[in-house]
Design a protein around this ligand. Sequence first.
Ligand code: ZN
Ligand code: ZN
Length: 133
Amino acid sequence: MKIDGGCHCGNITYSAEIDPEEVGICHCTDCQTLSGSAFRTSVRANKEAFHLQGQPKIKTAESGAKRAQAFCPECGTPIYSAAVSDPQVFNIRVGTARQRAELRPKTRGWCRSARDWVNDLQSLRQFPKQRTV
Ligand SMILES: [Zn+2]
Ligand SMILES: [Zn+2]
């Protein structure tokens, strides 16, 4: 499946060919910190199938497994992670893809560090737009 997307400010854009069966969630604590949220949703693209326009800032995470984290230097949107040297695979952050509505996660990793409330979102009070509390 062909996807395309980019950061919030438009400085970084990309197109890629991915397998929607490989969309997955990561609950690890690095993903919680780096996303600023409870988990992260990604899909892998091979090097030949990932075309990036713009120059992301690359930060190597020092804790845990060393990964290069690429994000927009202007708006901070995380775009992908990859191996530190000579990456062959890019883990694209699904929230940046225009086709994100079609990219449903199929697997969840690092469930041992998942926040317990993620299994119970349905029970939370819901607002169609901005919440008022
Ligand atoms: Zn940006
Ligand atoms: Zn993770």
